[in-house]
Design a protein around this ligand. Sequence first.
Ligand code: GDG
Length: 481
Amino acid sequence: MTGRLVVVSNRIPTEAVPSGGLVVALHDALSEQGGLWIGAHPETGDPDAPFEEIGGAPYRRLAFRLSEADYENYYLGFANSVLWPLSHHRVDLVEINAAYTAAYLAVNRRLARRMAAILQPDDLVWIHDYHFLPLAAELRALGVGNRIGFFLHIPVPNITDLEVLPHPPDYAAWLAQYDLVGLQTRTDVARCLEIYRADPRAEFLPSCAVKFEDRVTRVQSFPIGIDVAAFRADALSAGSKGDGMEARANYVIGVDRLDYSKGLPNRFRAFERYLQDHGTGDRLSLVQIAPPTREAVDAYRRITADLEYIAGQVNGLYGAFDWSPIRFIHRPVPRDEIARLLRGAKACLVTSLADGMNLVAKEFVAAQDPDDPGVLILSRFAGAAEDMTDALLVNPYDHDAVAQAIDRAAHMSRDERLRRHAALTEVVERTDVRAWSRSFIDRLSRLEPGLLLRGRPLREALARFDRPSPPRALRLSTKPT
Ligand code: GDG
């Protein structure tokens, strides 16, 4: 593999040895290959100041600052009040605002200028997520011909929802400037290709390649996973803290950032339906860990109030002196504690209404005792459901179905739990986050750099683009994308 790896992500780790799945995988890849990690500094500051070096890693970390106005308009605004709801099928929550659009384009343009000044011709650039959709377009406009890959951690929007984007944003044209577009699922690939199918500027080539004006881009799924060994170790090492939550205790668990895409009100209502339909005799509790996130955005404040209301109502109606049906923990919990709570649960509830992947589903499986595993109840609308078909798959809008799944999980035979858990473990191990990052980098590094079709016969250009690759040691998915 030639050249440095240049990673761009919204957050940049500031600690010497970072923790958390994705960050660890990128840290490993950068430590192995050498390169740069570019990201937004956690604190706002002068947006025109040069990159700030964050030391302590075997590769360079360069942080840029957002101004207060950028944070409002670019981060909370366009990224999290336009693109996030749009991509999670919540067009009703999209806030169109010209200042948001302008700031989003300006932050990407500013970053592109800064990157163009330091990129070397054989650098492999890997850009992450919806904060930077137009970054490749801005880099190309500055003459950057490097191979540039993009991974979208959230779902591809529905084609009809894209109409809501204010002009000039152009989702299809932004993505087309990348050499490789990585998506979480095959369904996302299908949605992305549908966007190109409807666009007169796009033309389809074999193997999910799309010719868009004078460039060719590849669209492929790379289902992300977790650092399986590290999470297992966390689950095993965290001992009981004597809080009544010892191994295999009588609770189902949910762990989510408090986000409307995670279907938390549905989950609470479904748990209420379970109590209504199946009674309180089992004394099963729902432990919900939901640390606050993006609280400056209205939609996030409203959902917190909704959840507090439902939890209060259900506990008031069904609780007893010595038992609370819903335990709602609205603050961050340490990672090893989460691993321990996942291991001790009878079942895990993932009820996302839309979700790129959902790593908690994979963490739950990794945390289980293989001789006495708990049961995963998983929304059909989480990307994880595409491969984790041995979970109890549910429609989170159907409270009856979720309530039945809770009851079924609570009483499932050990044989069935063992069978399902073994199949789910196979998926979780196959999609380990290190395999995921290696697979993406491997694919990107084999592509013809900055392929431009202009002035070159199409057949010749495609022959170069589709030249056979040596056999790959890694295959993330056995199914075609
Ligand atoms: C985006 C996409 C995609 C949660 N509460 C605490 C805590 N967590 C950890 C979980 C898990 C992570 O946060 C959440 O990951 P998810 O994948 O579930 O969701 P998003 O944050 O929305 O992530 C998603 C992901 O990107 C990766 O591509 O799967 O679809 O939306 O690891 O355990 N961790 C700690 N304390 C908490 O209170 N320490």
